[in-house]
Design a protein around this ligand. Structure first.
Ligand SMILES: [Zn+2]
Length: 478
C-alpha cells in the first residue's frame, strides 16, 4: 500500500532546499545552451542525493541525465532552467524595472520548473529507498526550451527511449492538467547574397539581396491562402543589408517559424517555402543559403496518465494562501491593462463554465486562482510550440501547470520575473512536486497503468515512429 502522506510530509519538511535552488537559478539567469550555473545548481543536489549524473548529453554541455536505480519501471522527469533575453527585472517591484538594462530574466518560470522537477525526483527516490521499491528514476536536464529546442536534439540522440512514462510541469497562473497538443515548429534561416553597387549610378551592376528577401516574403504571403487554417508562418528580418538607400543591398537574412498541428504538415509547408525562396533567388540573381536553427514536434497528450495526475491534484488539494500573499498578487493584477483582464475573464469562463454564476464571478475576481481547473484532454493544438513535444513522441508524457503567478499575468512578462521569487511561486513549486512524485508512485505501483498509457500512446501515434526533421549536420548552437 502506498502512503502518499510520506511524500507530502517529505516535501513539506524539505521544501527549503528546493526553493533555494529555484531562487538561485532566478538570481543568475542564463539562456539557450549556455546554462552552466543553472545546470550545476541542479546537479549539485542530485549528486548529493545519490543520483549518478551524465553531462554533455547530445552534444550540449549543459544537458544532463541524472539516474537513480537500475531496475524496474523507468520514470523520467523533465526539467528546464533557461531564461529569456531582455527581461531583467527587480524582484517584487510593481513597475517594469530591470536589474540591468538588456540583461536576461526568468520570465517563464523555468527556475521553478527545474527545481520542482528536482523536488519530485528526490521525493520519489526517498520513498523508494524507505520502502525497498525497485525502480529507475531519470531526471532529464534539458537546455534551450525557449529557443533552440534542446529536447529535440536530445530526442534525436534517442535519450528518451526506454522510459516508461515522462512527467513534467510548467509554472502558470492556475492548477490544471496540460490537456492539449501544441504546434510542431521548424525554425529556419533564409540568407540571400547579392552584389552591391551604387544604387543611382550603377544599379544595373547590383543584385539586391533585400529584393530577394522581400520577394520571398511576398511569395509566402500568397502561399497563406493555400495552406491549412491551423498553420502559422511568421518571419523576422535579421539582416536588411545596410542602412543606406543609395547602395544595392548585398546581404539579407530572414528567420522563419513554420508551424502546424503535425510535423508532417510543417514539412509540406516548409518544402513549398523553400521553392518560393529559390524562386526569389532566381528572380534576383542572388544566392540562397538555407540554415536550420531547430525544430520541435507536436505534443502527444495521454489521457491515462492525465487522469492519474489529476486524481493526485485533487488529493493534494487547494494551495493555502495568506492574506499577505493575496494582497501581494492583487497589486500585480492592478498593473494589468484592460485587454489582459478581459482575456483572463474569458479564460476563466471557459475553464469553469460549469460553476454557478456567483462562484464563477469570485474565481474571476480572485488575485490568485486556488480552484483546480476541471479535467479535460482534447487532441487540439494550442497556438504555441514546445520541445516537450519531442520527448512526448518517445514516451507517454503527462504534465500539469501549477499556480505560481498572480491571476491574469502572462508568461514572458516583467510581472512573471518580478514575482518569480515570491512565496506564491514557492508554494506552486512544492505543490507541483507533490503531484508529480505521487503520480510517479501510482505508476510504480501499477504496471497495468503504465501499460495502458503505452497502449494509448501507440494508438495516438497510429504506427508512425518519431521523426526528427532537423538535418543531421545541424548541431545545437553552443
Ligand atoms: Zn516556459
Amino acid at each position: 500500500m502506498s502512503n502518499k502522506q510520506d511524500i507530502i510530509d517529505f516535501l513539506d519538511q524539505n521544501q527549503g532546499k528546493f526553493i533555494d535552488v529555484s531562487d538561485k537559478i532566478w538570481d543568475n539567469p542564463e539562456i539557450r545552451f549556455e546554462l552552466k550555473e543553472s545546470a550545476d545548481t541542479l546537479i549539485e543536489v542530485l549528486s548529493s542525493e545519490g543520483f549518478s549524473v551524465e553531462r554533455n548529453v547530445a552534444e550540449m554541455k549543459d544537458a544532463f541525465i541524472a539516474t537513480y536505480g537500475s531496475e524496474g519501471p523507468v520514470i523520467g522527469f523533465l526539467a528546464e532552467y533557461d531564461a529569456l533575453s531582455n527581461l531583467s527585472q527587480v524582484a517584487d517591484e510593481l513597475t517594469k524595472k530591470p536589474i540591468k538594462e538588456g540583461a536576461y530574466g526568468h520570465a517563464c518560470g523555468h527556475n521553478a520548473l527545474g527545481a520542482g522537477s528536482l523536488a519530485a525526483a528526490v521525493a520519489i527516490k526517498e520513498y523508494m529507498n524507505k520502502n525497498n521499491m525497485k525502480a529507475t528514476i531519470k531526471f532529464f536536464g534539458c537546455p534551450a526550451e525557449e529557443s533552440g529546442s534542446g529536447k529535440a536534439f536530445m530526442a534525436r540522440e534517442g535519450v528518451f527511449k526506454g522510459v516508461d512514462s515522462l512527467i513534467t510541469w510548467h509554472p502558470w497562473t492556475e492548477n490544471k492538467i496540460w490537456g492539449t497538443s501544441s504546434l510542431a515548429n521548424f525554425q529556419v534561416y533564409f540568407n540571400f547574397k547579392g552584389v552591391s553597387a551604387h544604387a543611382a549610378s550603377a544599379p544595373h551592376l547590383g543584385r539586391s539581396a533585400l529584393d530577394a528577401a522581400e520577394l520571398m516574403n511576398i511569395g509566402v504571403n500568397y502561399l497563406r491562402e493555400h495552406i491549412i487554417d491551423e498553420a502559422r508562418v511568421h518571419y523576422a528580418y535579421l539582416d536588411v543589408g545596410g542602412q543606406s538607400p543609395n547602395v544595392v543591398q548585398p546581404t539579407s537574412s530572414l528567420l522563419y517559424f513554420i508551424r502546424a498541428p503535425k510535423s508532417q504538415q510543417v514539412k509540406e509547408i516548409y518544402d513549398r517555402i523553400v521553392k518560393i525562396a529559390q524562386g526569389a533567388a532566381l528572380m534576383t540573381e542572388t544566392e540562397l543559403e538555407i540554415k536550420w536553427d531547430s525544430a520541435c514536434s507536436e505534443y502527444i497528450i495521454n489521457d491515462v496518465l492525465g487522469k492519474v495526475m489529476y486524481e493526485n491534484m485533487e488529493l493534494v488539494g487547494e494551495i493555502d494562501y495568506t492574506d499577505e500573499e493575496v494582497n501581494y498578487a492583487k497589486k500585480y493584477v492592478d498593473t494589468l491593462d484592460s485587454v489582459s483582464i478581459l482575456n483572463h475573464e474569458k479564460t476563466m469562463k471557459n475553464y469553469f463554465n460549469g460553476l454557478p454564476a456567483q462562484e464563477l464571478e469570485s474565481v474571476i475576481k480572485a488575485p490568485l486562482i486556488k480552484k483546480l481547473v476541471p479535467y479535460s484532454m482534447i487532441d487540439k493544438a494550442l497556438p504555441g510550440s514546445t520541445d516537450v513535444g519531442d520527448a512526448s513522441f518517445n514516451a507517454p508524457t503527462v504534465q500539469l501547470t501549477a499556480a505560481c503567478y498572480p491571476a491574469g499575468t502572462a508568461p514572458h512578462s516583467w510581472q512573471w520575473v518580478a514575482t518569480g521569487k515570491s512565496s506564491i511561486l514557492h508554494k506552486g513549486l512544492i505543490y507541483a512536486a507533490k503531484v508529480m512524485a505521487m503520480t510517479a508512485l501510482d505508476l510504480l505501483e501499477s504496471p497495468e497503468t503504465i501499460n495502458k498509457a503505452k497502449e494509448e500512446f501507440d494508438e495516438r501515434l497510429g504506427g508512425q515512429s518519431y521523426q526528427n526533421y532537423i538535418p543531421l549536420d545541424v548541431k545545437p548552437v553552443q
